[in-house]
Design a protein around this ligand. Structure first.
Ligand code: FCB
Length: 449
């Protein structure tokens, strides 16, 4: 039987993604201010094995080599984030030219190689000075964020046209302020919900700022972590638990952005924890965007569990494959979530801004990293994304998480998501088999099945 090739559209943007705190290192160099992740990682007990992002992949010094590697991968696009405290050390007030210069050089390097930059403006490394003012629980941050976005946009907007306001506001609010497993480590559901509102508000303010550039090439969106949520059984209570988790994770962010309202069932459920919303907020939040970025890794299977947050817990699936993160490999989920977002919210375009898997990769004696499970994971997800496109989903590009192994938040360096292996002691970069495979996918603009 001849091999089938699933072809992608000519202008499909194949890419890879990273985030500033996870790769840059140079945490206190050239005038950079402290971020909440610097503070969190330096606090004993917060990160696995006490790892920190102080050095990470040393990308701040090695970005040329990294762009060189992107070129070898034949990437068409690269998604990275700006460290707010690197460019405005105190979060507001004077800018740090050396920090801006770094991103300037990075962008030029990318463009020189014909790689389209996609900038994430907030991927979790808030200036610590703003945390001292309450962090995202303080409504004023929406204004400070808008000022920061204006600074970056004016500096890079002549060359950068793709902007992502926030990465995964659900994670910022519910893991940072609800469960406290991410910086700033606060455990208070009411403030998590309030934070989610301020993040959305700051998103809308940033959209306005970027539109004010008056450049027709500007393309603005937001990245959400979305998952299909399946009930563990046909029982009413499990179905209601699944609805609730879907409301919390997916609809609480999609509805305000695309419909200008919070989902009524969740508003009722949060009760006295609903956020304070001022007149005009919802119209700022629902400003037209050009695309939505979807980060997809896995699905959740949910059962009612009154003792837990939101009255639910998630189940493992017997016999299913799991990644090193203990996330089920469920490729069909990318199809389910893409179809759902297109059908229910009708965005102008969608990008997969993250998809990938962590496995316990090792370098073999011959120097190769045989990460065939990752190849398989990506292949299956690409195929399901392709199917969604054939059925009308306006998917325009796909960013693999991640370009290289990096600091995986609370898990430190113990989880490897990269296409490129990082030997941390030597900072040597080694292409995994998945990187070679991905290059072929990009060159053929298709996936062999
Ligand atoms: C996402 C984050 C990203 C990375 C992946 C594995 O939630 O956006 O930074 O850590 O998970």
């Amino acid at each position: 039987m001849s091999e089938e090739i699933l072809k992608f559209p000519d202008d499909f943007l194949w890419g890879a993604a990273t985030a500033s705190y996870q790769i840059e290192g140079a945490y206190n160099e050239d005038g950079k201010g402290e971020s909440i992740w610097d503070r969190f990682a330096h606090t004993p007990g917060k990160i696995y094995r006490g790892d920190t992002g102080d050095v990470a992949c040393d990308h701040y010094h090695r970005y040329r080599e990294d762009v060189e590697n992107m070129k070898k991968l034949a990437l068409k696009a690269y998604r990275f984030s700006i460290s707010w405290p690197r460019v405005i050390p105190q979060g507001k007030g004077p800018a740090n030219d050396a920090g801006l210069d770094f991103y300037d050089r990075l962008v030029d390097e990318l463009l020189k190689e014909g790689i389209e930059p996609f900038i994430t403006l907030y991927h979790w490394d808030l200036p610590q000075a703003l945390q001292e003012e309450g962090g995202w629980a303080n409504r004023d941050l929406a204004g400070y964020f808008a000022d920061y976005v204006a600074l970056v946009a004016h500096r890079l907007g002549d060359r950068v046209h793709h902007w992502i306001t926030h990465n995964e506001p659900w994670v910022t609010s519910f893991l940072g302020y609800g469960l406290g497993v991410h910086a700033p480590g606060i455990k208070d559901l009411a403030s998590a919900v309030q934070v989610s509102h301020h993040l959305l508000l700051s998103h809308g303010r940033a959209v306005e700022v970027l539109r004010d550039l008056g450049d027709e090439r500007t393309v603005v969106g937001i990245t959400l972590n979305l998952s299909p949520i399946h009930p563990a059984s046909e029982k009413e209570e499990d179905k209601r638990a699944a609805e609730r988790y879907d409301g919390n994770l997916n609809r609480w962010f999609l509805d305000p952005i695309f419909k200008g309202t919070y989902p009524p069932d969740m508003w009722k459920y949060y009760g006295d924890k609903v956020p304070k919303v001022l007149a005009g907020d919802m119209s700022v939040i629902s400003k037209r965007i050009d695309f939505v970025g979807v980060n997809y890794y896995t699905r959740s299977i949910v059962k009612a569990d009154p003792k837990q947050m939101f009255g639910l817990s998630t189940l493992k699936v017997e016999g299913a494959e799991y990644t090193d993160m203990e996330w089920e490999v469920y490729p069909r989920g990318i199809y389910e979530i893409l179809k759902r977002v297109q059908d229910d919210y009708d965005p102008e375009a969608i990008y997969i801004t993250e998809n990938g898997a962590a496995f316990p990769d090792e370098v073999d004696e011959d120097g190769k990293v045989r990460d065939f499970r990752r190849i398989n994971y990506l292949k299956e997800h690409f195929a399901f994304a392709h199917r969604a496109m054939k059925e009308g989903v306006k998917l325009k590009g796909y960013f693999v998480w991640s370009l290289m192994d990096n600091f995986e938040w609370a898990y430190g360096y113990s989880k490897r998501f990269g296409l490129i292996y990082l030997d941390y002691p030597t900072q040597k970069r080694i292409f995994k088999e998945s990187a070679h495979w991905y290059r072929k996918v990009i060159e053929k603009n298709g996936v062999e099945r």
